[in-house]
Ligand binder design. Structure first.
Ligand code: GTP
Ligand code: MG
Length: 313
């Protein structure tokens, strides 16, 4: 099947397509989720025209974008714990990342939130007797940071087939917060066909933070974020899946939080996530995980390391 181009959008000829591309709208999805006023301004077209183009793009756009993988035999579902790859990290959270709940990894840039996600994605594909879920994985990637090379390195260390593992990891790139929310519906559809017991959203909050600026938009942002969290929780319940979301801490005080070490998303994220884990850099390449606000585990810390082979003690 041929890839659709911008010219396939009704009302878009070569001239407008060129304007769109020049303005950075190189993909149909990016146009489908654009704001009419932005499109009108950056492409120097009327707002009505922009609206028509966006409507056309929505019809053309394929909201999906998950890579296809082999269907996985259904296995009996049970509440399980997914290994992080580090015994001390596992102990901190009561044995591993729990299914049927949301685990939030928060920390500043470079604190290895994404690395932990990669390791969990690989581990989830392992058999249960190796601490895995014998399951496919869905990653909603908002920052374009998925790196197959890292997955391959981790697979090689674990002695599992990298190619087969990659086939079980389904990545969708979320263009903005709205798209991110819609992708959870798509994930739900995919989980009807194949066993998906780990869903990762990396990062949960980056689009929200970028799009909803200033105090005036706080209520709307929190409302959408709240719905998103509940969609995720629903996915967790229906599929006996573990949900892992990442969240940056504000590097400098922003409009919402004066405290620079507070995670983005405030109470909405905090109250819906069952486990909140704060990651930070330690000495000599070590990383420290701190459990915050767990309903059934004491607060505490674990030290782990991130190496080429992945997450280890
Ligand atoms: P943001 O998404 O920017 O908020 O950061 P993050 O918390 O997701 O950080 P990420 O997981 O991207 O961590 C990046 C860090 O992981 C790097 O600074 C390295 O220290 C470490 N890292 C990544 N790849 C490797 C690797 O192959 N070997 C080793 N030893 N470390 C690695
Ligand atoms: Mg990251």
């Amino acid at each position: 099947m041929a890839e659709k181009t911008l010219e396939d959008i009704p009302g878009v000829g070569p001239a407008i397509a060129e304007k769109l591309r020049e303005a950075g709208y190189t993909e149909i999805m990016a146009i489908a989720v654009a704001a009419p006023s932005d499109l009108a301004e950056t492409c120097e077209i009327g707002e009505k025209k922009a609206q028509d183009i966006i409507e056309g793009a929505k019809l053309c756009a394929d909201i999906g974008g998950f890579e296809t993988g082999d269907a996985i035999m259904q296995r009996r579902a049970a509440v399980t714990k997914l290994t992080t790859g580090s015994d001390s990290f596992n102990q901190l959270i009561g044995g591993g990342i729990e299914s049927q709940s949301i685990t939030e990894l928060f920390g500043e840039f470079g604190s290895c939130k994404t690395q932990v996600c990669f390791q969990l994605a690989v581990n989830a594909t392992l058999p249960e007797d190796r601490g895995g879920l014998d399951s496919d994985v869905i990653i909603i990637d908002t920052e374009n940071t998925f790196r197959p090379e890292r997955i391959i390195q981790m697979c090689n260390y674990l002695g599992v087939d990298p190619e087969a593992t990659l086939k079980r990891i389904h990545i969708a790139r979320a263009f903005n917060s709205q798209h991110q929310v819609l992708l959870v519906d798509k994930a739900m559809d995919l989980a009807k066909e194949i066993k998906v017991r780990l869903l990762i959203v990396d990062s949960l909050t980056s689009h929200f933070r970028a799009e909803f600026l200033g105090r005036g938009s706080l209520a709307e942002r929190q409302q959408i974020l709240n719905r998103h969290m509940h969609d995720l929780l629903n996915f967790a319940t229906l599929n006996n899946a573990a949900i892992v979301v990442t969240n940056q801490v504000a590097a400098k005080p922003d409009a919402f939080f004066g405290d620079p070490t507070r995670p983005i998303g405030g109470h909405v994220v905090g109250h819906t996530a069952t486990f909140r884990i704060y990651l930070r850099k330690g000495k000599a390449g070590k990383r420290i995980a701190r459990l915050i606000d767990s309903p059934n585990m004491p607060e505490g810390e674990a030290v782990f390391s991130v190496t080429e082979d992945g997450i280890k003690d």
